[in-house]
Design a protein around this ligand. Structure first.
Ligand SMILES: [Mn+2]
Length: 358
């Protein structure tokens, strides 16, 4: 594995490359051209300048999170083929810049869903949290307004104000789209992009839906092992793989995380590792420190499973708590993610050395 941290670019992120470099644990970043709209081509020059900036700071650019997929592609709507052509052109330009991993998602309307961005934990840290009761009570079109005040002045990925302003239209676009139709649209997209992925060895890593079930009646498909297997089988190419996001799959306690990792050997191209605290099963959970005993997951078993399958891709700590007075994008402060990176590296080294002694 290679330890990385997500970085949104110098224009958007409160965390600097210099700070990331000084964690010592983190060797690379996963970044994006944050201002790009889905359907827009990323030029080779823009990608190169991002890569140069990262490398000048003594880090490597180990992948992109995300190149966003347009709603026209997800819904088979007007302009789908034009957007797919743009996506292929972007992959071509990434390939030319020696970038070999792209994380993306196929979630309708909302990316991840949380009902609180700053729930206070007993130690005074704040975390993002989900309450099914709150989701059931809220008008989905008001979801954005309900959390917009807690973003610490940042723009959160998937919750861009321009996008949320069109939310009524977005819901309309997905009307009548079943899970099967969404699978079909994903297949169409993957088949179109596999040739350029083969050409440049670009590993596509789909991010799971978060939480891993349908919200607001929208279809959601990347939620469980059988569904991932269906996705991989329908376009059977090693470049069609997954981002294993422990915190997203783990929202459903029925998802056995270490067993899923073992079953996905060879097709996990990127790993997000974090912990959750369940308060009422999947009806209420909040994010926790990465440390196993602070939440509900056995982090050692998760890291162990990644070690056992010979995982060599980029791994990153995921959402951190907000601690020590830091003001940053919820989930994406420096301090708690740096602690998470240190902890995951510690688990990995212990496993690696105990294996070597055998
Ligand atoms: Mn994730």
């Amino acid at each position: 594995m290679k330890m990385t941290m997500r970085w949104f670019g110098s224009k958007y992120d409160t965390v600097t490359l210099r700070q990331i470099r000084q964690t010592a644990y983190v060797k690379g970043v996963i970044s994006t051209l944050y201002g790009k709209m889905p359907g827009e081509v990323w030029s080779a020059a823009e990608i190169k300048s991002l890569k140069d900036e990262v490398e000048e700071a003594g880090l490597t650019l180990d992948g992109i999170e995300s190149v966003n997929v347009s709603d026209a592609i997800k819904t088979a709507g007007e302009g789908r083929d034009k957007d797919i052509d743009a996506y292929i052109q972007t992959l071509e330009n990434l390939g030319k810049n020696d970038i070999h991993m792209v994380c993306y998602n196929f979630m309708p309307v909302f990316d991840w869903t949380r009902t609180e961005l700053a729930r206070v934990r007993p130690d005074g840290s704040t975390v993002m949290a989900y309450s099914q009761k709150a989701v059931d009570a809220i008008d989905p079109e008001k979801m954005f307004d309900s959390i917009a005040g807690d973003m610490n002045g940042t723009v959160m990925p998937g919750w861009e104000p321009e996008r949320m302003a069109r939310i009524k239209d977005l819901f309309k676009m997905y009307e009548g789209i079943t899970e099967d139709a969404l699978f079909g649209n994903l297949k169409y997209f993957l088949e179109a992009i596999m040739p350029v992925c083969d050409k440049y060895d670009i590993k596509m890593a789909i991010h799971p839906d978060d939480p891993s079930w349908s919200v607001f009646g929208l279809p959601r498909i990347i939620t469980s092992l059988p569904n991932i297997q269906r996705m991989m089988k329908m376009v059977d190419n090693p470049h069609n793989g997954v981002t294993f996001c422990a915190g997203s799959y783990g929202t459903n306690p029925e998802n056995d995380l270490p067993a899923m990792i073992r079953a996905l050997k060879g097709r996990i191209h990127f790993a997000h590792v974090r912990n959750l605290q369940f308060n009422d099963g999947r009806n209420d959970f909040e994010e926790a420190a990465h440390l196993s005993s602070d939440g509900s997951f056995d982090m050692n078993a998760i890291v162990r499973a990644l070690y056992d399958i010979g995982f060599e891709g980029p791994i990153r700590p995921d959402h951190g708590r907000m601690i020590w007075g830091e003001k940053a994008m919820p989930g994406y402060g420096l301090y708690d993610r740096a602690l998470g990176a240190a902890y995951i590296c510690g688990l990995w080294e212990a496993i690696e050395k105990s294996e070597a002694e055998k």
